[in-house]
Design a protein around this ligand. Structure first.
Ligand SMILES: Nc1nc2c(ncn2[C@@H]2O[C@H](COP(=O)(O)OP(=O)(O)OP(=O)(O)O)[C@@H](O)[C@H]2O)c(=O)[nH]1
Length: 526
């Protein structure tokens, strides 16, 4: 049925609704994913920076505690040795205890005020009698106070930091110092402390001294190298803690948290690559998309079904209006216009169709009427005759014509002629029965159809009319006469055109016979 419509390039309502829904869903989904992405990204960055700051602060505090405890241990040893500085056994025993009792140090030495190494632990260091010369190694002699060195290469060839404490005897005379070393590239407690907390999610940690030299790094090879142009390090070694998004020496964007170790002026930096952090976000967005996709597809299917339900009554209404035949109205009435606009459209179509039908009917009736007399014209008459023919009833026909009507027109004018025609029509109507049909078949010619009236009765009716007309006063014409021809058919098969023709023939006879009279022709006789 729908195929009767020419396919055009215009989109139909069902597709329109679907596309509208589809695009609004795509835009809404895209927008919410974008918003989620932005919010989550900001949150992730913020959380990671904060986690790294907390982590760096925690490790800085642990390192601070460790260095403090190291200084305390050395202080204890220095006090102990100060009372018996000249005893080699006492010195060696104390150094052995220091190394073995804690795993804080890799080695320890006692140096006298002249810079000569008096004792070492382990003894395998083979440094006894060695006079320290390097600036780093001699720094404690000059400072005469607890001191944590910057990294340097020890006489034994290891990259170390040294923690030293001055030794004074009972009377407060400076004897030298005790120094313990931590091998930065070897196994030691500092290394284990920092390495132990290392995350396995791409995060890593490093520690620099006040000269930006790496003291600890997850990649041990880098220990001892110096890092330049790093704002997190600059901040940390100047005693600040905080967060920064920065690019590292390998050109990787990092989310860094940092803190300082006040006792040594070191900086601790914990960081995680931005890319690794955001990879997590892509997974989140993907899982959001996956979880919303089934509902989205289901919604679109529902919209497709609903769209066709919305479009269906409109299609049917359009088809109904297109047909515009006598069944159209009842077909339209049957359409299930289930929503407000469709129901209104349906009602509008029904009343519009009714109005059009009525107008056409009125127009048809007008076309069948003579405007001057309001009698049926020739078209109306033929329609009526078809009806008479179809019901197969006998009937008589009277054809009549005003005598010498041309003279009336000529003498009194056309308007008077019209008035005579109107008055004659009224006279005919006043004497007619309800079932009789009176028509104006021409200018001053008329026909009267008399159902169930035989020829005798028809002649009487014609005569009575003729007499009535001749007795009637038509001002200003005064008297008007008419001539009449009567025909009849009792035989249903007698064609009504033939009956009419017979009546006309009788009228012609009446005219020829001198006018103002009635003549008869029988259908069977014709
Ligand atoms: N006023 C008026 N005159 C009409 C109308 N229709 C036709 N006529 C005139 O009627 C006249 C008919 O003239 P004719 O056909 O010669 O017939 P007649 O004068 O009646 O003569 P007979 O029929 O032979 O008696 C013509 O002059 C037409 O112009 C009309 O509607 N109004």
């Amino acid at each position: 049925m729908l195929g009767c419509f020419n396919s055009t390039k215009q989109i139909d309502l069902k597709r329109l609704i679907f596309l509208l829904a589809f695009f609004s869903m795509v835009i809404t989904l895209g927008n919410s994913l974008h918003a989620t992405f932005r919010v989550q990204k900001a949150l992730l960055i913020e959380d990671t920076l904060e986690a790294n700051r907390v982590y760096a602060t925690k490790l800085a505090e642990i390192t601070e505690l460790f260095l403090n405890s190291v200084v305390t241990q050395l202080s204890f040893s220095a006090n102990y040795i100060g009372t018996d500085f000249d005893s080699r056994v006492a010195r060696n025993n104390e150094l052995q205890r220091l190394i073995k009792q804690t795993s804080s140090f890799n080695s320890a030495v006692i140096v006298n005020a002249a810079g000569e190494v008096l004792s070492t632990a382990p003894s395998s260091l083979n440094l006894t009698g060695f006079v320290v010369e390097s600036t780093q190694a001699r720094a404690p002699l000059l400072r005469k106070e607890p001191y944590i060195s910057t990294p340097f290469i020890s006489p034994a060839g290891n990259l170390i930091i040294s923690v030293s404490h001055p030794i004074f005897n009972d009377v407060g005379k400076y004897q030298g110092f005790i120094a313990a070393s931590i091998y930065l590239q070897g196994d030691n407690i500092l290394n284990r402390l920092l390495g132990k907390h290392h995350y396995s999610d791409g995060s890593y940690l490093y520690v620099v001294d006040q000269n930006k030299q790496l003291i600890y790094h997850v990649d041990a090879v880098r220990v001892g190298t110096t890092i330049q142009s790093n704002e997190a390090i600059e901040d940390a070694i100047s005693g600040k803690s905080g967060v920064r998004v920065l690019r590292n020496s390998q050109g990787i964007d990092m989310l860094s948290g940092y803190a300082s170790v006040p006792i040594s002026g070191w900086g601790v930096v914990a960081q995680r690559p931005l890319k690794v952090t955001l990879a997590q976000l892509n997974d989140t967005i993907l899982s959001v998309l996956k979880s919303t996709l089934p509902v989205t597809i289901l919604t679109l299917l529902l919209i497709l079904v609903f769209g066709s339900k919305i479009a269906k009554p409109l299609w049917k209404l359009a088809i109904g209006v297109r047909a515009m035949d006598r069944y159209a109205q009842s077909n339209v009435q049957k359409i299930d216009a289930w929503y407000f606009e469709a129901e209104h459209l349906k009602q509008a179509i029904v009343s519009g169709t009714e109005l059009v039908g009525k107008t056409i009917q009125e127009y048809d009736l007008d076309r069948q009427k003579d405007p001057l007399t309001q009698l049926l014209n020739r078209r109306g008459m033929l329609a009526k005759l078809e009806y008479f023919q179809s019901i197969k009833k006998p009937y008589s026909v009277i054809a009549l014509d005003i005598d010498h009507f041309k003279r009336i027109n000529d003498k009194f004018g056309h308007d008077v002629g019209d008035q005579v025609i109107r008055t004659l029509a009224e006279l005919m109507l006043s004497s007619a029965r309800e079932q009789d049909v009176i028509c104006r078949t021409g200018g001053e010619e008329f026909a009267i159809f008399l159902p169930n009236v035989d020829i005798g009765q028809a002649v009487s009716i014609a005569e009575r009319l003729r007499v009535d007309v001749s007795n009637h006063l038509f001002p200003p014409v005064a008297k008007v006469n008419i001539s009449l021809g009567v025909a009849y058919s009792s035989r249903t098969e007698c064609n009504f055109h033939q009956v009419l023709k017979n009546a006309d023939k009788a009228l012609y006879d009446a005219k020829r016979g001198g006018r103002n009279r009635t003549a008869v022709t029988d259908c069977e006789a014709a």
